[in-house]
Design a protein around this ligand. Structure first.
Ligand SMILES: [Zn+2]
Length: 63
């Protein structure tokens, strides 16, 4: 069996302050809403970032 290339896991980040501590709020009618305790951002728009296994951010190449 072939070993799959190591892939980072995905984390959600606040689009306002970039904090990875953003938490989902359940039970909203309009869909999934997230809340950032750091800057008090609340909304459905969040950034999704890939990180390495050790948790360090993985910069994606920008064209
Ligand atoms: Zn924030």
């Amino acid at each position: 069996m072939r070993h799959r290339p190591k892939r980072g896991r995905r984390i959600l980040r606040c689009p306002n302050c970039g904090s990875p501590d953003i938490v989902p709020i359940a039970g909203m009618i309009i869909g999934q809403v997230y809340h950032c305790p750091k800057c008090d951002y609340q909304g459905s728009l969040v950034f999704e970032t890939e990180v390495n296994d050790d948790g360090s951010p993985r910069e994606e190449p920008v064209e």
